[in-house]
Design a protein around this ligand. Structure first.
Ligand code: ADP
Ligand code: 5GP
Length: 236
């Protein structure tokens, strides 16, 4: 798989409400990167458009595509299926585009098996209280679904050590700049320009040093998990 891939693959994961969708939309605007459109069996939200937010299908169709080996990865999340279609993503990578998959932790681990040099980025909410505020404030979920998402967020955060980078989405602009720095420092076009210039531009240098600070070491991951769990316990 590695030798056919010309573009760079990025995965963005994190609890529901952490701000993944908001950040990804900004990245598409500001960086030369394509966001993959997943397929799901969940119902569309009011503002969501077919083929833009997701491809919405029923479970029967989703299972058909599984049996045709049409998914790069797929997972069951909150009782619904979500999956990345293989062909469009491979086509974009083959053209040399850098591609972002906004997918859950299980999907991210499947992708790492297939593409070991994928860059995994975890978006952390600043606190459990703020996560709840954001999911509630988005106004897209019923109270039961909000509860399910909050419960799942605890176990998602314990998987953070499997990721390469962590971006805390407290101030949105800072989080977007952090994510941009990661993309610029890891992207295929970035590495080509770095290889061809004897002296790096200051923008590339800034991205490299900013991204280096966001790299996750095991000790950082443990600290983040511990801090988050403490705040959660205070809430419960
Ligand atoms: P996700 O895709 O991770 O489920 P969203 O991008 O839908 O999360 O964000 C959840 C809600 O939080 C949205 O209403 C969004 O506008 C808001 N939001 C995202 N980032 C921030 C931030 N840094 N500060 C305040 N609100 C935010
Ligand atoms: P939502 O219903 O809020 O759009 O997404 C719910 C969860 O499903 C999020 O964690 C999101 O990252 C994940 N998700 C969205 N698309 C995919 C996909 O194609 N594959 C996997 N594994 N997870 C996905």
């Amino acid at each position: 798989m590695e030798d056919v891939i010309k573009g760079k693959l990025f995965v963005i994961s994190g609890p529901s409400g952490a701000g993944k969708g908001t950040i990804c939309a900004k990245l598409v605007e500001l960086a030369q990167v394509v966001l993959s459109v997943s397929m799901t069996t969940r119902a569309p939200r009011e503002h969501e458009q077919e083929g833009v937010s997701y491809y919405f299908v029923n479970k029967e169709r989703f299972k058909e595509i599984i049996s045709e080996d049409g998914f790069f990865e797929y997972a069951e999340v909150y009782g619904e299926y979500y999956g990345t279609l293989k062909k469009p993503v491979l086509d974009m990578l083959d053209k040399g585009c850098d591609v972002i998959l906004e997918i859950d932790v299980n999907g991210a681990m499947q992708i790492r098996e297939i593409v070991p040099d994928v860059v995994l980025v975890f978006i952390m909410p600043p606190s459990p209280e703020e996560l709840r505020r954001r999911i509630e404030g988005r106004g897209t979920e019923t109270p039961e679904r909000i509860q399910k998402r909050l419960e799942r967020s605890e176990s998602e955060i314990t998987q953070i050590s499997k990721y390469d980078y962590c971006v805390v989405n407290d101030i949105l602009d800072t989080a977007v700049d952090d994510a941009l720095a990661i993309i610029r420092s890891e992207s295929q076009s970035g590495s080509e320009s770095r290889a061809s210039f004897v002296s790096m531009g200051s923008c590339v240098k800034d991205s490299l040093s900013r991204a280096a600070r966001l790299k996750l070491e095991k000790a950082d991951a443990d600290k983040i998990i511990e801090q988050y769990q403490k705040s959660s316990m205070k809430l419960n």
